[in-house]
Every structure is written in structure tokens, then in C-alpha cells.
Design a protein around this ligand. Structure first.
Ligand SMILES: NC(=O)c1ccc[n+]([C@@H]2O[C@H](COP(=O)([O-])OP(=O)(O)OC[C@H]3O[C@@H](n4cnc5c(N)ncnc54)[C@H](OP(=O)(O)O)[C@@H]3O)[C@@H](O)[C@H]2O)c1
Length: 326
């Protein structure tokens, strides 16, 4: 069948996108053909578009790591999905299109009470919050934690989830408006790190004790300062690099700041199988359906207009999640 996609022929700036016709083969035995209703935009998409992350698949480049929609056709060996099912998924790439054929074991059924646009806004960002807070470091009631880019897509979901777990949640954000939004999404304290020294502020808030864990997606600009916010034997979770790649990581900083732990995790290592994806998705959907997570879709555009969304995301102009409609 013929569908349409926003593609990139040569890695480059956001203006490199073209909206083009694409031919789709029928699904294989373990695949499903899906019609997208909404597609999430994530920071990682900008890396594949720009060439920061090398593209190893067939050309053209089709970014996009999450979407929701309905199954149009299921392959002969697929048992958990059938035509007409409402679904959502996350995979590293390929979601910026109207229809796609995808491995069925990357796809979960979407509860009826979760709208398509909400699902597209949370599959990557919410599952990231889930593994960061429940697996990478097991946040408990009584912990004090720091999350950078608190008003961002992952940031708003992680703040609410951590507060629900009983932690005291400190965030950083790049403007007063973003700080205000984060305070409405679970954060107990938010530091505008363009105006205030976040290390000093964290030390003040914690009476010099520091935090158990720092979730750092900013990268270059916050390293090594995030380490100075930690308690002895605390954990630095560097899960992104929105301000640029850290080129000069120095192991000695870990001993200088109190026998610290450091990790650089990625979502797909926490949901490598259908069972792990399904279990994590169930937790995420449950949090949503019980009202513990509010989903903020800050930006909505059509699939054709994805270049604008990438420009806003890279320019620090977004809040919450960004989605594309088909
Ligand atoms: N490892 C994983 O499993 C995983 C999974 C999902 C996402 N991530 C990473 O997590 C981060 C958040 O993803 P997201 O999609 O939710 O994006 P996002 O947080 O909504 O957007 C990025 C935010 O980073 C902050 N930032 C600080 N310095 C920046 C700079 N120089 N340029 C651009 N932004 C800057 C901005 O917030 P302020 O203005 O408030 O600083 C900006 O809004 C990204 O780095 C992404 O790659 C990692």
C-alpha cells in the first residue's frame, strides 16, 4: 500500500524534512500493519535527523520513537493483537508516517480510556520515567531527588511519579514559566538554573545533605555540577544530552564527591522483550488511569509540520510532550 512519511535524505537541520509518499509491504507473520492516529516527538529524534546518532537502517531516515493508532492487519503468527485493536508502541525509529509495518512484540494494546494523543505523548517519556524511578534507582518515600529539565516531556511525568512514590522532588527549569508548570506537576522545589546556581540551591534545600539521586538529561551544561548535588554514595543517572555530549567524563569526580555511582541508561535496555515492555506499560497505564499522572501536551502539529516542532524542541521552547497528528 501507499502511505506518507516525513523523511530526511541527508542528516541536517530541522528544515531537512520532506513529506513524501512511501510504499509499504504487507506485514510478515510476526508483524502488524498499523494506522497511526498520533505520533510523539522526542529529543532523540533530533539526533537521528541531525546525524549526531548514526543512521544504520535503510534510507531515507524516518525518525520517531512512539505512536498510537489501530491495527489494520496482523501477521499470521501474531496472537496478542488483531485488526481493529487500539494500540501504542515505542521503538527507536520510523514513526513519522501515517501507516507502518512493525514487529508485533513492540506493540501493546491501549486501554479504551486512554486517548490516542495521550498515548503518543507518554510511551517513550512515561516508560522512561518508569524505568528511571523504579529500576535504575529505586526511589522510595523519604528520598530527596533532583530532576533536570523538570518542565520537559520526561521531566513533567517523572516529577509526578516521584512525588507519588513519596519522594521530595527538586527540579531545575530554564524559565520562570517552566518552573511554575513543574510546580503544578509534582515538584516541591524548582530552581531556575539560568538565574540561580543549582548546586547552591540544592544544598540550601537539603540543609547541606545533598540528594540520593540526580536524573540528568541536560548533559554537557550540568556536568560535573550535578555530582556536587549528591549525598555520599549517591547516584548520577545521566540519561540524555540536550545541551551537548559530555566529552570529558572524569572517573575521579566520583571519588572526589563521595564514592558516587554513575550510569548512562537507555530505555530500550529496560524493555528488551515483549514481557518487559508489557509489564512497564501496564504500570504506566495504571498510573494514568488512577489519576496519578497528568499529561501535558504542550505542542501539537501535523506530521507535515514536524520541522517546526524540532526547531522548538532544540531551542528550549517546548514544555511537556510534543505530538504530531496524521
Ligand atoms: N536514555 C533514555 O532512555 C531517554 C529516554 C527519553 C529521553 N531521553 C533524553 O531525555 C531528555 C529529555 O527528552 P524530552 O524529549 O523529554 O525533551 P525535553 O526535556 O522536553 O526537552 C529538552 C529540554 O532540555 C533542556 N535543555 C537544557 N539545555 C538545553 C539546550 N542547550 N538545548 C536544548 N534543550 C536544553 C530544556 O529545558 P530547560 O529550558 O528547562 O532547561 C529543554 O526543554 C533528552 O535529552 C532525551 O534525549 C533519554
Amino acid at each position: 500500500m501507499i502511505t506518507y512519511a516525513s523523511v530526511v535524505h541527508q542528516p541536517g537541520p530541522a528544515t531537512s524534512f520532506a513529506y513524501e509518499e512511501m510504499e509499504l509491504a504487507p506485514p510478515g507473520p510476526q508483524e502488524v500493519l498499523v494506522k497511526h492516529h498520533a505520533i510523539g516527538v522526542n529529543f532523540i529524534d533530533t539526533y537521528f535527523r541531525s546525524g549526531l546518532y548514526p543512521w544504520t537502517g535503510p534510507l531515507p531516515i524516518i525518525p520517531g520513537a512512539e505512536a498510537s493508532g489501530e491495527v489494520m492487519e496482523a501477521g499470521s503468527s501474531v496472537s496478542h493483537l488483531q485488526a481493529g485493536d487500539r494500540i501504542a508502541y515505542t521503538v527507536p525509529n520510523g514513526a513519522y508516517c501515517q501507516h507502518r509495518v512493525i514487529a508485533a512484540d513492540r506493540v501493546v494494546k491501549l486501554p479504551d480510556d486512554i486517548p490516542y494523543e495521550t498515548a503518543a505523548a507518554i510511551m517513550v517519556k512515561g516508560l522512561t520515567a518508569q524505568y528511571l524511578l523504579r529500576s535504575t534507582f529505586n526511589v522510595q518515600s523519604g528520598h530527596t531527588i533532583l530532576i533536570h529539565a523538570a518542565a520537559g516531556g520526561v521531566g513533567l511525568l517523572a516529577g509526578q511519579w516521584a512525588a507519588h512514590l513519596g519522594a521530595t522532588v527538586i527540579g531545575t527549569a530554564g524559565s520562570a514559566d517552566k518552573a511554575q508548570l513543574a510546580l503544578q506537576h509534582g515538584y516541591h522545589h524548582v530552581i531556575n538554573y539560568r538565574e540561580q546556581d543549582f548546586v547552591q540551591e540544592v544544598q540550601k534545600i537539603t540543609s547541606g545533605q545533598g540528594v540520593e539521586v540526580v536524573y540528568d538529561s541536560v548533559g554537557q551544561d550540568t556536568y560535573p555540577y550535578s555530582l556536587q548535588c549528591l549525598k555520599r554514595r549517591g547516584m548520577w543517572v545521566c540519561f540524555g544530552q540536550s545541551s551537548g555530549v559530555i566529552e570529558d567524563f572524569d572517573l575521579r569526580h566520583l571519588v572526589q564527591h563521595g564514592s558516587l555511582f554513575a550510569t548512562r541508561p537507555t530505555l530500550f535496555d529496560y524493555i528488551p522483550t515483549y514481557d518487559t515492555l508489557h509489564a512497564a506499560s501496564e504500570q504506566l497505564f495504571d498510573m494514568l488511569l488512577k489519576g496519578h499522572l497528568k499529561v501535558q501536551v504542550g505542542q501539537k502539529a501535523s506530521l507535515k509540520e514536524v520541522a517546526n516542532v524540532h526547531q522548538q524542541l532544540e531551542g528550549r521552547k517546548t514544555v511537556g510532550s510534543s505530538i504530531l497528528t496524521t
